[in-house]
Design a protein around this ligand. Structure first.
Ligand code: GH3
Ligand code: MG
Length: 521
């Protein structure tokens, strides 16, 4: 049975069924949904069942689907990857990815408690009880927190064995966060090196940097939905590589000739390229140079090769290749190589493009996105959002609680907007959203819907109490130069603040045109 993932299901629906919703394609889609693998208790499972019900109901009546059913299924299919992401994020009952090893100082348990406040679930375990921990509990662990006192005890060996066990289960060694009361001396650091990749955390260090470590490891480990361009002229080899990658949730596009590679890279924007070394017209070393001529092609390139010639391999590496995998492909080693390349590339990409607290695009990147959209002749809208009285939240509840509100606002925007919209953090408590192919009126309504829901959210403070907060938003047409649009959105935001906050104001694109407060939906 094919191991299909939510993203593959969505691609199939968008690329195959929606353009031609005839019986044959509908049937293929129904089969794919039925054979998809998922945790039967997850919210994604409910969504899968609902899709099947809608499909079966309409297919019993006719050979094609009415527009209303297509719309309904499209909505469900679009939300699948998000449900899956949520499940892996550990929200709706996901397995904890952080394990606290208890008994080696209060610093570690304090850190674990603070992470809990950032909505990161932490499981706890004593080393003497490792034997009773189940595979289920340990296989999702990517970070282990332990107090530094473990370094001076004979239990250090038990901890090493636990870490080894976890890396075998999850095919990745976990990161170790060593919670220390004070700076370590060199001998202690030497002992800590035996634990693998260790991050030292002192009482004065910010908890949010550990939160980032956990969140990033989770994002890096997930291959689901990452895009791979496979360039291979041999149908048999291509089929083999394609199957392995698809089984691990990768979205793969295959081209069978080097001449098609450049166009495919532009259209498909892969996260990684896997390429046969020996191909007609150009071998791998030349192809690597050709692809790297384009400044956009920064993604890793892995070569598949049956040759053992280390000199040729070195040459290819000097031309911009990143790794070699020898044919015939060994399933495990191949996926490991892909994971490690992809995770390194994503880490670099994230540091360059993303805001560390919210993982949204940073200021420069969201502006770049807006500029690119205008340059491509796509009209849309720009929204600037600013949280109301945020300084008071910090002053009343403390900075860490303020941070949590920012993270929540970012998650809320991400969940409420389309995948094609781009979201950035452009200041302390200010966000920008670029909505392609959306008029300011529609963008205003969308932002107002999110505003209304956000205002109803309850945020927890550190004493178990709850509070709510609001945001104001300015919206403008993005059909002109970005600096002018930004001034317009800022002006809309200014009017929203002065009109009483907790509202969205659409600023007219033309000077002197009317600006409007969005009526409640
Ligand atoms: P207004 O409704 O007019 O927008 O008032 P405000 O209090 O939201 O605006 P103001 O600009 O006076 O305060 C913004 C505050 O945001 C001040 C700053 O300390 C805080 N801030 C900036 N970056 C961060 C951050 O990363 N985390 C936290 N917790 N606070 C931040
Ligand atoms: Mg503010």
């Amino acid at each position: 049975m094919a191991l299909l993932h939510s993203i593959a299901i969505r691609s199939m629906w968008q690329l195959l069924v929606c353009p031609r919703p005839a019986r044959m394609n509908l049937e293929a889609f129904r089969q794919a949904v039925m054979s998809a693998s998922y945790d039967p208790s997850s919210s994604a499972a409910t969504q899968f069942t609902e899709i099947l019900q809608v499909l079966s109901m309409h297919m019993a009546r006719s050979d094609s689907l009415p527009d209303s059913a297509i719309e309904e299924i499209t909505k469900m299919v679009n939300s699948l990857p998000m449900l899956r992401r949520r499940a892996t994020d550990g929200d709706a009952g996901g397995k904890p990815q952080v394990l606290l090893v208890e008994g080696f100082g209060s610093g570690a348990s304090n850190l674990a408690a603070s992470l809990g406040q950032f909505a990161i679930p932490v499981a706890a375990l004593k080393l003497e009880h490792v034997g009773s921990a189940t595979t289920q509990e340990l296989c999702s662990v990517s970070t282990v927190i332990v107090g530094h006192r473990v370094l001076q005890t004979p239990q250090l060996g038990d901890l090493q064995a636990l870490l080894e066990g976890i890396s075998q289960l999850s095919s990745e060694p976990p990161a170790v966060v060593l919670a220390c009361d004070e700076s370590l001396v060199f001998e202690q650091r030497l002992a800590a090196a035996a634990l693998g990749s260790v991050r030292i955390h002192l009482p004065e260090d910010e908890v949010r940097s550990i939160r980032e470590l956990v969140v990033n490891r989770r994002a890096d480990a997930a291959l689901d939905g990452a895009k791979v361009l496979l360039i291979d002229d041999s149908p048999t080899d291509a089929y083999h590589a394609l199957r392995i990658m698809q089984e691990h949730g990768l979205v793969v596009e295959h081209v069978d000739h080097p001449a098609k590679a450049i166009e495919a890279v532009r259209r498909f924007s892969p996260n990684l390229i896997v390429m046969d070394f020996h191909m007609p017209v150009a071998n791998g070393d030349v192809m690597a140079s050709v692809l790297r001529q384009d400044p956009e092609v920064t993604m890793p390139i892995i070569f598949l090769s049956s040759m053992d010639d280390s000199e040729q391999q070195l040459l290819a590496l000097s031309h911009g290749a990143d790794a070699f995998v020898t044919k015939p492909i060994q399933h495990g080693a191949f996926i490991k190589a892909i994971k490690s390349m992809m995770s390194r590339a994503r880490g670099i990409d994230r540091r360059m493009r993303r805001d560390p607290l919210t993982s949204l695009l940073n200021h420069a990147q969201i502006l770049e996105t807006a500029k690119r959209m205008v340059a491509d002749g796509i009209e849309g809208s720009l929204a600037i959002i600013d949280i109301d009285h945020f300084k008071t939240i910090n002053d009343t509840y403390g900075h860490p609680v303020g941070d949590r509100v920012l993270i929540r606002a970012a998650e809320f925007l991400t969940a409420g907007l389309r995948d094609s919209d781009s979201i950035g953090r452009v200041g302390g408590e200010e966000f920008a959203v670029v909505l392609p192919s959306t008029s300011p009126e529609i963008a205003g309504m969308v932002m107002d819907r999110i505003r209304g829901c956000f205002a109803n959210l309850q945020h927890e403070d550190d004493t178990g109490g709850a509070f709510s907060c609001t945001f104001s938003c300015g919206v403008v047409a993005l059909d002109q130069d970005v600096a002018t649009a930004l001034r317009g959105a800022d002006e809309g935001l200014y009017q929203a603040k002065h009109g009483g906050r907790n509202r969205v104001v659409i600023f007219g694109a033309q000077a002197g045109s009317t600006s409007g407060v969005v009526p409640p939906i």
